[in-house]
Write a protein that binds this ligand. Structure first.
Ligand SMILES: [Fe+2]
Ligand SMILES: [Fe+2]
Length: 179
């Protein structure tokens, strides 16, 4: 996620007030508890998740498993739901990206600080929202496969190369990066 992504994110923040998240689309895939969780996300994040869903659905999945597309859709909608715990403004997202690139070790140290402290919040949220999201989505009755996708959506692509959910993770990550 580079400067282009940040720029896109900034533009999205500026224009999100004009758009309404497609809740009917979300409700096609989410149960009531999941939908409540989805709706607790800031509007900009809801719009992002819906766009990720559309991109993910555009991919032709090479599997006979009929549940795979549904689990991917749920993961697309809820992949960033961990962000509900500690709201972050757009400017708070930029510095962690730069620090992570410059020094992953420094980033890790900052990300391990208390997210209640606004100084570190952006770092903690960037690093931990996949795990937090999987926990929240788990409480909302999400399948094991969708939870795994949420928990690992930010991991380096190569890390799970041989995992049986790797093809779905690749689709989710590509969709996330594109939006
Ligand atoms: Fe994320
Ligand atoms: Fe995302």
């Amino acid at each position: 996620m580079g400067a282009k992504y940040r720029l896109k994110q900034g533009m999205r923040a500026l224009t999100s007030f004009r758009h309404t998240p497609d809740l009917q689309m979300a409700a096609r895939y989410l149960n009531m508890a999941q939908l409540t969780l989805f709706r607790s996300l800031p509007r900009m994040e809801q719009l992002h998740a819906i766009n990720v869903l559309h991109s993910a659905l555009d991919h032709k999945l090479n599997t006979d498993d009929l549940r795979a597309a549904d689990d991917l859709a749920v993961a697309a909608l809820l992949h960033d739901c961990g962000k509900v715990l500690y709201p972050v403004r757009v400017w708070q997202k930029t510095l962690p990206v730069l620090v992570k690139k410059a020094s992953p070790r420094l980033f890790r140290w900052m990300a391990d600080q208390d997210p209640k402290n606004l100084m570190w919040r952006g770092f903690a949220v960037k690093a931990n929202h996949p795990a937090w999201g999987a926990q929240l989505a788990g409480q909302a009755g999400t399948s094991e496969r969708a939870l795994w996708l949420i928990a690992h959506h930010q991991d380096p692509t190569g890390q799970w190369e041989s995992h049986h959910y790797a093809p779905l993770l690749r689709v989710l990550q590509a969709a996330d990066d594109a939006n």
